[in-house]
Each structure stands twice: as C-alpha cells, then as structure tokens.
Design a protein around this ligand. Structure first.
Ligand SMILES: Nc1ccn([C@@H]2O[C@H](COP(=O)(O)O)[C@@H](O)[C@H]2O)c(=O)n1
Ligand SMILES: C[C@@]1(CO)OP(=O)(O)OP(=O)(O)OC[C@H]1O
Length: 157
C-alpha cells in the first residue's frame, strides 16, 4: 500500500461559478487559475502523484504551457491516474476536505463523489468529499479563496 496527500489553494476572482471535483457550482465569484481552477481535483492529483513519489501537477502540467490554459482538470486527473494504474497501482480510497466559507457545498457532495467515482473508475464508497468552513477565520473565512486537502491510499491489485 502507498499513502499520498495533496493540498491546493486558489483565490477567488470575478466569475459566476466554481469547478469542484469536476462539478460546476454556481457562485458569485470564480477561481483564479491557469486551468479551470478545480482546486479539489488539483489536490487529489497531487495526492495520487505523492503516493508514488512522482512529483506534482505543476511539474506534469506547467502553468507556463499554453496547452493547459483553461484546461479541464478532470482531463489532468485522468492523465495522472493513467500513470498510477500503468505503474501497477489502483485507488484504495480517497478522502477530500474542501475548505471555504462559501459557496455552501452540502447540496453538491453526492454529485462530487459520483463524479470522482466515475473519473477514477471506482465505487462510490471509495471516495469521500467533506466540507468545512473555518468559522470566518483566515483567508478562507474572509472568502478570499478555497483550500482543499486530499488523502489517498493506493493498493496493488
Ligand atoms: N462551504 C461549506 C462549508 C461547510 N459546509 C457544511 O456545513 C457544516 C458545518 O461546517 P463547519 O464549518 O462547522 O465544519 C458541515 O456539515 C459542512 O459539510 C458546507 O455545506 N459548505
Ligand atoms: C493546473 C495548472 C496547469 O494549468 O495550473 P493552475 O490551474 O494555475 O493550478 P495550480 O494548482 O496552481 O498548478 C497546477 C498547474 O500547473
């Protein structure tokens, strides 16, 4: 077994939605990024890479490369997971904590888990998505951005 963890932050900017775990969520702000800004998929991708000591997504998909401008982070995650499976590993389980004061994420948790399960070709109970505020403290509490922590366990089939 291998364990990995990932962490990512993106700041809010003007916009009308955020992408989280591949799900489009209406909001009065967007997330500033080179890609589509899916901070949750970035943290998860980093956790998968970290589990196998393969580096990070900035190394795989540099934000200086126009190829990844506006990229769908689901495509990036899929590429990362292809490398994981090609190396002989598969997901045991993943657990994500999404940290923001807003938007309210509870109504979207099931859709996010379903999307992750589809992207990682696994069962729903292998992917957990949780949300927490920081009680209005810090940059997430001031609604300046969203942070995500991800943990994964990989197994060899
Ligand atoms: N953006 C968020 C943050 C939290 N929730 C849910 O609210 C509940 C209370 O959160 P705490 O800050 O006290 O940890 C909890 O059940 C979260 O799932 C949310 O929906 N959206
Ligand atoms: C995804 C990539 C590539 O488009 O850019 P961003 O969307 O800015 O995201 P980040 O988490 O800063 O780093 C990974 C990237 O290089």
């Amino acid at each position: 077994m291998r364990i990995g963890q990932g962490f990512d932050v993106h700041a809010f900017e003007e916009g009308d939605h955020v992408m989280l775990c591949g799900v489009r969520i209406a909001h009065d702000r967007g997330l500033k990024a080179h890609s589509d800004g899916d901070v949750a998929l970035h943290a998860l991708s980093d956790a998968l890479l970290g589990a196998l000591a393969l580096g990070d997504i900035g190394h795989y998909f540099p934000d200086t490369d126009p190829q990844w401008q506006g990229a769908d982070s689901a495509v990036l995650l899929t590429r990362v997971y292809q490398d994981v499976t090609a190396a002989g590993w598969r997901l045991g389980n993943a657990d994500l904590t999404l940290i923001c004061q807003a938007p309210k994420l509870a109504p979207h948790i099931v859709a996010m888990r379903e999307r992750l399960a589809a992207l990682l070709d696994c069962a729903l109970d292998q992917v957990s998505v949780k949300a927490t505020t920081t009680e209005k403290l810090g940059f997430t509490g001031r609604q300046e951005g969203i942070a995500v922590q991800a943990a994964v366990l990989l197994e060899q089939p």
